[in-house]
Design a protein around this ligand. Sequence first.
Ligand code: ASP
Ligand code: MG
Length: 467
Amino acid sequence: MKIVMKFGGVSVADGDRLRKVGTIVRRFHNEGHALVVVISAMHSVTDSLIDIAKRASRGDKKSVTDFIEQTHRKHRRAAEASIMGEQILGQTLSAVDARIDELKNILLGVAHIGELTPRSKDFVIGYGEKFSAPILQGVLEDLGIKSKALTGGEAGIVTDDRYGDAGPLMNVTAHQVRQTLEPLLNEGTIPVVSGFVASTQDGVQTTLGRGGSDYTASIIGAALKVDEVWVWKEVDGLMTANPKMVKSARMIEVISFAEAMELAHFGAEVVHPKALECASKYKIPFRVKALRNQDGKGTAIESEVKIKSKDVVKAISNIGDVSLITVSGASMVGTPRLAAKVLQILTDEEVDVLMISQSSSEENITLAVPKAGGAKAQNALELSLLGTKQVREVSVEDGLSIVAVIGAGMRGTPGVAARVFGTMAKGEINIRAIAQGSSELNISFIVKKADAKKAIEALHSDFGLGD
Ligand code: ASP
Ligand code: MG
């Protein structure tokens, strides 16, 4: 098979783990698969790059030199602990040293000018992946496998210039990625591509948004039309419920892209939603594989999943701590623009809206937002709406939790909502608000935080998910 394998920051957090990643790659290479590896920055490196970029822009040269020293040491140590052969280690260290020098010059430049543009910020924060990829190349060579590290841009990923959240131009990208990677695969060399970073058509470095290495894997998978994209994880795969809440939670064997995206939206973000969207669009099967169970199949995420009759519900997910905002006022009736206005205000404040429900009498709109955004949302809504006469009150209630029941089998199956709410009634759990998307992929509702665990356990058991 042709496979893109992606390893995240935690999985390459130190030399021992990098070595382990190397042995996993070697195993599947020896089994005869053609592999492209995508790697994240070592754990926490991207965060510290974002932090130092800010400090540098304030002119703080001392922090820059300290940071450079620490980061240099961290990567040198990882290389020294994972690469045994002296010659390969020497080459790897020179590659790391050269990039450290580049980064130092850039950061000192930023400190000197005292300005950080989105473009220069993207240049800085992509260095994590530009350090980790050459180290993994060294590890693979040390294990006797031909390998070549490339940045996302070198691999052929071309994006627009929305720095910090760039999107791939898929036609050029597909063409270029094939041109660069296919010859390597044909001669048995494993490309190790830096995730997260890419480049504009003019060769300026961009990044794909936080957590974007998964997206890199899907983009390359789509370009090369691979058989599967594998994302290796510390967890077993996608689960029927959070195992910390529900003891009988199981790994899901097969799930559709649409269901996996719902799960990602409602708190169980194992794979970046953009990666799922991309793989889904180009029909590239996706697999979440567990590092602690290499032989296991993990969770397969596919375009078309046959729904077995008893599998109405796939998983119960949950967002732990939310606030409920209610905008009410009698004269809201028949003023369609108000809902749009409310959403626009929250968008401007960068408050994520998790759920919306509006009663048909239109006397109020209820929105769930993450608790951290609750007060900010209330302030902004009061400021803009209270003077308008359409709105009488904006209230906020904390200490709540969203429970989402997810599964494509709910579509067109009558009685699922009745079952869900029957289960809640039996458990004497009060429901504060309800929403169902017209896709019928999920039913979500809001309960008191203190009731969430009980609600999830009861649903998990009533829908037979633990069996
Ligand atoms: N290193 C990047 C980040 O921390 C991308 C990734 O890890 O997927 O956001
Ligand atoms: Mg991630």
